[in-house]
Ligand binder design. Structure first.
Ligand code: SAM
Length: 215
């Protein structure tokens, strides 16, 4: 998702105390950037950020970081945060390809991936956020008892994501192919912008929750 290039987006992001454009400089010491020490949960590819805003508002005892590649998109989330001023939410403008340079080993407790870009061409498979290559990156930054949650309405992407678990450090602790019809997994579900749009069209939402394989 790319919005039209909002003029001055970069300048507004740079001026905001909520936005980090040089995240590698904070690797291993993100806790110092929040008023309270707390487990660190991140969302990769926030889009306009409704999900992480609601999540952070509901859970003041967790520290959150939203990561988004495009300035014009992150600006929409920043506008929400400027209004809400949640103390437990910071934002990174950056690319998840470099996530291991942003966070130290074990620094993150939970990763959310919501409606990640499908990259349908085979030659782009490594760019998919739930790919085996990305799982290996998440393995480095996640705590031992860390968790990954992924939602999508793209069934081929979801099947690819399940196949990527083979040979990875993770196993599916829970899976559904119709989240909104699953009372257990849907409990407390926060709809993302894409989720609202595509479930309104009748698309079923797939979701998995990953934990580490037992050794
Ligand atoms: N999560 C939102 C939702 O569910 O409504 C937005 C989904 S949109 C399809 C995917 C978002 O992920 C886009 O805003 C895109 O810019 C961002 N994104 C894709 N690849 C990324 C990457 N490697 N690093 C950071 N953000 C990324």
């Amino acid at each position: 998702m790319r919005l039209r290039n909002v003029p001055r987006a970069r300048e507004e992001l740079t001026a905001s105390p909520y936005v980090y454009e040089d995240p590698a400089a904070y690797r291993g010491r993100w806790q110092e950037e929040f008023p309270e020490k707390a487990p660190l949960h991140i969302e990769i590819g926030t889009g306009k950020g409704r999900f992480i805003m609601e999540l952070a508002a509901r859970n003041p005892g967790i520290n959150y970081i939203g990561i988004e590649k495009y300035s014009s998109v992150l600006l929409r989330l920043l506008e929400k945060q400027q209004e809400a001023q949640l103390q437990n939410l910071l934002l990174i403008r950056g690319d998840a390809e470099a996530i291991e340079t942003y966070f130290a080993p074990g620094e993150v407790s939970r990763i959310y991936l919501n409606f990640s870009d499908p990259w349908p061409k085979d030659r782009h498979a490594r760019r998919r956020l739930p790919s085996r290559e990305f799982l290996a990156r998440y393995d480095h930054i996640l705590a031992r008892d860390g968790v990954i949650e992924f939602k999508t309405d793209q069934r081929p992407l979801f099947d690819f994501a399940l196949e990527a678990l083979e040979g990875s450090a993770f196993r599916a602790a829970a899976v559904t192919f119709d989240l909104h019809a699953d009372p257990v997994m849907n409990e407390g579900n926060i709809m993302t912008e894409y989720e609202e749009r595509f479930s309104a069209k009748g698309n079923k939402i797939c979701k998995y929750i990953l934990t580490r394989k037992e050794e």
